[in-house]
Write a protein that binds this ligand. Structure first.
Ligand code: HEC
Length: 269
């Protein structure tokens, strides 16, 4: 057989001749005209497609800056670290009982190992020459299951996250505030309130709001400390009256932020 026999040349691409339509290729080597040299023809095409994706991806990354979160806060037990979106499916997998706790090795090594191992072994396990997906039901089926499972697990993981609260951890919402740590009320604050209202009154997402630029007087704050307010339970303060007064003074004296928003100067004594 000569190279290109049974082919029509249209422009610079080859199309199969009509009469040959029904022949099922047994082996590529029997159809030399239908194959192409890996080097450089095929590789060049692959490289071109790869380059288009790479450049597209570079552009995407350039216009969408990575959204960073604030520095890790060891005092905040409500914060749940999350992997990047493309690893969420693996993360979700670890929530299932059969892949967690004493079976964690199944979730971390077993299942991912099986999936990627199967990919590596695919050329050896499935040696049939057919190229159409329908001719390789097992390989196609496994891949479909893999893709669907990945999509499903990612979806499950995304809907389980409270993104609104999470947004508060973003560096964009970072509060740069300083408090007077030598103030006698600071210790009282640290022991009774910091877990919910943050180290520098900046609040803790999901636990308590910031105490910045509060309009309250020291008396009101002392009252809230003891009696609670709204979602804040009563009895958060535990100590002497003197400590309560120091605590209220500490908050009133440190509540103002530089932008001067809110805050009542008269409350400072
Ligand atoms: C268990 C978490 C928690 C602790 C501990 C806690 N708070 Fe709160 N605090 C909250 C929540 C939640 C709110 C918001 C209440 C609402 O508006 O529904 C709040 C609200 C407040 C407010 C009102 C803020 C405003 O904008 O008017 C003040 C003042 C306050 N807290 C002071 C304190 C002080 C002082 C302490 C320490 C004695 C303290 N809190 C301890 C959860 C807490």
């Amino acid at each position: 057989m000569h190279r290109g026999k049974g082919m029509k040349f249209v422009g610079d691409s080859r199309v199969q001749d009509k009469e040959q339509r029904n022949t099922i290729p047994k082996d590529y080597s029997e159809y030399p005209g239908r194959t192409e040299a890996f080097w450089p023809n095929y590789l060049l095409k692959e490289w071109l497609v790869g380059a288009v994706f790479l450049i597209g991806f570079l552009c995407y990354v350039a216009v969408t800056p990575v959204s960073l979160e604030q520095q890790a806060d060891p005092n905040n037990a409500a914060y749940i670290p999350l992997p990047d979106w493309y690893f969420l499916f693996l993360y979700e997998l670890l929530k299932y009982e059969f892949a967690a706790a004493e079976y964690i090795v199944i979730g971390t090594v077993g299942i991912p190992g099986l999936a990627f191992g199967a990919l590596l072994l695919a050329p050896f396990l499935d040696t049939k020459p057919g190229r159409r997906p329908s001719q390789r039901p097992i390989a196609t089926g496994m891949m479909l299951i893999g893709v669907l499972a990945t999509i499903w697990l990612t979806y499950e993981s995304v809907v389980a996250v409270d993104w609104e609260t999470r947004e508060e951890y973003s560096v964009d919402n970072m509060v740069e505030h300083e408090v007077d740590e030598t103030h006698p009320g600071y210790e009282v604050y640290a022991q009774n309130c910091m877990s919910c209202h943050g180290g520098v009154l900046e609040g803790e997402p999901g636990l308590g709001p910031d105490l910045l630029d509060l309009p309250h007087t020291a008396d009101t704050i002392a009252e809230i400390s003891v009696e609670g307010i709204g979602d804040m339970p009563a009895g958060m303060f535990d100590g002497t009256d003197e400590e309560l007064q120091q605590l209220a003074n500490f908050i009133v004296e440190n509540t103002d932020t530089d932008d001067g928003e809110g805050g009542d100067e008269d409350t400072e004594e």
